[in-house]
Design a protein. Structure first.
Length: 184
């Protein structure tokens, strides 16, 4: 029974990686920011705030994952990421976008490496040394598939008169999927 639960972790981590990069808004993030009156300097500032947030919290987030446990850290990470993406449809100016990006940065830094550590821990408990490289590599491919599928779907939606704001709403909804996966 315990082995079956551990093996289910692997497929859940694949799903988690896929949906964590299923970001419908990303292909049109700059036009979305521009639609809020944020110029290119503001776009760079928002992205810089995100990067600095992730950079500053990357090491402490690993410590948090070790102290709280992988699952609790992932729950917290994807909850914050979902909150961050859910703030985008309500954003009205640069300040709102910066707040959303800080929340996203905290969530992303908490998830960064924690899902892979959970996968590694799972493989160690299953004593599946031969499968380590194959499964870890496959998990990374799910990131790319999620990103690619989201970009393709976003393109199709844009062809059918969806606006960047509509994609912000769709992205906010989809951003809750990883959170719900982590609960199980």
């Amino acid at each position: 029974m315990a082995k079956e639960l551990l093996e289910k972790n692997i497929s859940k981590i694949y799903l988690l990686k896929f949906f964590s990069m299923f970001l419908l808004l990303m292909p049109v993030i700059v036009p979305f920011f521009n639609s809020l009156g944020v110029g290119m300097k503001g776009v760079y500032l928002v992205q810089c705030v995100f990067a600095v947030t992730v950079f500053l919290l990357e090491v402490p987030s690993g410590y948090i994952a070790d102290m709280l446990g992988r699952k609790k850290t992932l729950i917290m990470a994807y909850f914050l990421a979902a909150i961050g993406f859910s703030l985008f449809p309500f954003a009205q100016n640069l300040t709102h976008l910066i707040i959303a990006e800080v929340v996203l940065g905290v969530g992303m830094s908490l998830s960064s490496g924690t899902d892979t550590a959970l996968l590694y821990d799972t493989l160690e408990k299953l004593r599946s040394k031969k499968a380590h490289v194959k499964i870890l590599g496959k998990s990374i491919s799910f990131l790319s598939m999620g990103e690619g599928c989201a970009s393709l779907i976003a393109s199709i939606l844009l062809l059918y008169s969806f606006a960047p704001g509509d994609l912000a709403i769709a992205s906010a909804i989809c951003s809750w999927i990883p959170f719900f996966i982590t609960l199980f």
